[in-house]
Design a protein around this ligand. Structure first.
Ligand SMILES: [Zn+2]
Ligand SMILES: [Zn+2]
Length: 532
């Protein structure tokens, strides 16, 4: 059974699925795994007729702790300040730093078919007073919470530490304050210059009522409070949070022992390793979510994240490799299998469900989507590079029928993805310049057996279909009839057309070109050196 359907099958009663994010800067593509996982679970629950609410929260009361995107004077001013109070570094497009980075990320959701029922901002939740009762319970239970940190995580806080961060009334920072007393109405806090290394407090100390947005609970306590406030029943967490003694364990203990509620079901998910490196929001490695959606359309991006079980790491190395074309091929294979066509290779269990979940529209017609004509990505990447070709006309000729509106949409999406791929990640061998004007000088390196092959191939493709599959078959058959190793046959073709010994899939390359031109060129290359 597909993993999300297993979760749905074992859920009892209405479900609240929650995910949240601290908007500390540019979000990398790996961070989309959480949103895709929760969306997939919510869809599986809906398909199983289970009432479900999908919530997505922004932890914008968290302190600013990353300098990367700030100007030097803004660092001085903003480090340690709640993200919702830091100005938008990109100008005045959003009211705050938090809104800017959260919305740039969230804007990618809709295109991916991720449509939470509810978005919430923790600055507003705290401001509304909804967290006040949890703040009171946590302060009353400060000793219990200190004991939980020691027992679960081996973290020892000072004996007067209280689980709350107050926004300093003097300097506005939240990351630099420590609460050292609570009288049931007001907390005593200090804004310390040396409490954390990444921000300096102003030295102010004071007594203040901690309610209505003037303070925020520490991460683990805040998490447990949200579960109770929103009635969360399922909350997947990244593997970094799900380790023994980690954040999730601490929040579970706080939920049970302080707020008296059972924590939601965890669905721990692994990282996306981009090119072998763990993609991290703070280190600036890899592509941002915003950039990757230019090259990978929504269906394929959803598939990348939802096909593996959440607890398996995803290795994805798009730079200079065929990883992106292979992702398209896999998506096409699942579509073909779902449409009842025969496909090569093994299929994942419940492949129709995997395909259906990759679709952007949760209510779309899966059979119609599966049956839609999907031109191969590598083929399009090739066509895009050949001057003078009408790609639409070519694709319609290959389908031998006009394209439906949905197929035109798929084609348009893939053409721009192919162009973006060629501009960014594509390996050198995928880029080509067909030497149209004259036989490339490099063709002088062809030996006798390769020339004989080119001559035979020219005759072999004079008649019959002119498409990638047919020509590829002809190449293999001709080489084999002449006892020429396939590798040497391909080199001969590349030298004759591209002037270099490597290139994209030869059958598709030839079929993308004008047949008369190809036959003429193969003969010309075969003839060169006959005089020698
Ligand atoms: Zn902005
Ligand atoms: Zn201060």
């Amino acid at each position: 059974m597909f993993w999300a359907d297993e979760i749905a099958a074992s859920s009892v009663g209405p479900q609240v699925v929650n995910d949240s994010k601290t908007p500390s800067g540019t979000v990398h593509v790996g961070s989309l795994r959480g949103p895709v996982v929760v969306d997939t679970i919510a869809r599986a629950l809906r398909d199983a007729q289970v009432p479900v609410e999908l919530r997505y929260g922004v932890d914008d009361m968290d302190p600013m702790d990353a300098q990367a995107l700030l100007t030097p004077d803004a660092i001085e001013r903003s480090m340690g300040v709640p993200l919702s109070h830091v100005p938008d570094p990109a100008g005045d497009c959003h009211p705050s730093y938090a809104r800017h980075f959260a919305l740039v990320f969230v804007d990618t959701f809709d295109g991916l078919g991720i449509r939470p029922d509810t978005y919430y901002w923790m600055s507003e939740i705290y401001g509304s007073g909804a967290m006040d009762r949890y703040i009171r319970s946590a302060l009353d239970a400060a000793a219990t919470i200190r004991e939980i940190y020691v027992r679960v995580a081996k973290v020892r806080h000072p004996a007067d530490w209280h689980p709350l961060f107050v926004v300093c009334e003097n300097c506005g920072r939240i990351g630099t304050t420590i609460v050292t007393g609570w009288d049931g109405e007001r907390v005593h806090y200090e804004c310390r210059p040396d409490l954390v290394t990444w921000a300096a407090g102003c030295g102010h100390a004071g007594d203040v009522s901690p309610f209505g947005g003037r303070a925020k609970l520490p991460y683990n306590v805040d998490w447990a409070a949200k579960w109770d406030l929103f009635g969360v029943t399922i909350e997947p967490a990244g593997k970094d949070l799900s380790t023994a003694g980690g954040s999730r364990d601490r929040s579970d203990a706080i939920a049970r022992e302080v707020f008296g509620n059972e924590p939601p079901r965890n669905v721990p998910y692994e990282f996306l390793n981009l090119g072998g490196r763990k993609m991290s929001t703070s280190k600036g490695v890899g592509a941002s979510a915003q950039q990757i959606v230019e090259v990978i359309p929504p269906e394929q991006l959803r598939l990348l994240f939802l096909r593996p079980k959440p607890n398996t790491a995803i290795e994805f190395d798009p730079d200079g490799t065929d990883a992106i074309p292979r992702l398209f091929d896999e998506s096409d294979r699942l579509a073909a299998a779902t449409a009842g066509r025969e496909v090569r290779g093994e299929l994942p269990p419940d492949h129709e469900r995997v395909f259906a979940m990759s679709l952007v529209d949760p209510d779309g017609d899966v059979a119609a989507q599966a049956a839609a004509y999907r031109p191969a990505f590598s083929h399009l990447a090739l066509l895009e590079q050949i001057p003078g070709i009408d790609v639409l006309e070519r694709v319609m000729a290959e389908k031998a029928e006009p394209l439906t509106p949905r197929e035109l949409e798929i084609l348009g999406e893939r053409r721009s993805a192919a162009r973006a791929w060629l501009d960014t990640y594509a390996p050198e061998r995928a880029r080509l310049t067909v030497q149209h004007d004259a036989l490339p000088p490099a063709a002088a390196a062809l030996d006798e057996s390769q020339r004989a092959f080119l001559a035979a191939l020219a005759s072999g493709v004079e008649a019959g279909d002119w498409d990638g599959e047919t020509v590829q078959t002809a190449i293999f058959a001709t080489a084999s009839a002449l006892d020429l190793p396939a590798g040497r046959a391909f080199i001969a073709i590349y030298l004759a057309l591209l002037g270099r010994p490597s290139g994209p899939r030869a059958g598709w390359l030839l079929a993308a070109l004008d047949r008369e031109f190809v036959i003429g060129r193969l003969r010309e290359a075969a003839g060169v050196g006959v005089q020698a």
